[in-house]
Design a protein around this ligand. Structure first.
Ligand SMILES: Cc1cc2nc3c(=O)[nH]c(=O)nc-3n(C[C@H](O)[C@H](O)[C@H](O)COP(=O)(O)O)c2cc1C
Length: 157
């Protein structure tokens, strides 16, 4: 898999086609717990309103996110995300049609450093290595938590 441009043609999808968009990025400044919680609360609130679901990972200055929803709403939040100065070097892992949501219960599930260590330790290694050496593996690992128990994971939504 080669990584894609951040310019996405959302109009290629029918309006009622669920899509999934995933990316990794680098925090502009190391995010403290409070900044992360602010970001997350804001995101979850807006996502719930737009029927968007997904997961956000953050560890040692690297974000990883999967967003699910209908094209118009994904496009809208994507534009905000691209313009957000809290991160840079945004690299799309994959965008495509989705049969059913993997994170249907989550306006934005969050995995910080501790949760990543506990539930997806391999992802920790990949994110540390500057993310994009292995985009397929990163995406597979990010998706893998969709059916996991959410025990102990900070939840918004
Ligand atoms: C890594 C990262 C992930 C984000 N995820 C979301 C998200 O899932 N939903 C959302 O509404 N905003 C998200 N945001 C915040 C948006 O970039 C933006 O700040 C927020 O939507 C407000 O945008 P607006 O002023 O254009 O409405 C994220 C920001 C960052 C840095």
């Amino acid at each position: 898999m080669t990584t894609q441009s951040t310019t996405i043609n959302f109009q290629q999808y029918p309006q009622d086609q669920l899509i999934e968009l995933s990316y990794v990025s680098q925090a502009t400044h190391d995010m403290g717990m409070l900044s992360l919680m602010n970001l997350l609360e804001d995101a979850a609130h807006k996502n719930a309103h737009k029927k968007l679901t997904g997961v956000l990972f953050y560890d040692t200055g690297i974000f990883g996110q999967i967003l699910e929803g209908y094209p118009e709403q994904v496009a809208h939040v994507w534009n905000s995300i691209l313009a957000d100065h809290r991160h840079k070097n945004i690299q799309v892992l994959e965008v495509g049609a989705l049969k059913e949501r993997r994170f249907s219960n989550w306006a934005m599930k969050f995995y910080g450093s501790d949760e990543i260590s506990k539930y997806v330790p391999e992802l920790k290694l990949h994110l540390k290595e500057g993310a994009l050496s292995l985009p397929d593996e990163i995406l597979t690992l990010m998706r893998s938590i969709s059916n996991q128990s959410s025990e102990g994971v900070f939840q918004v939504g």
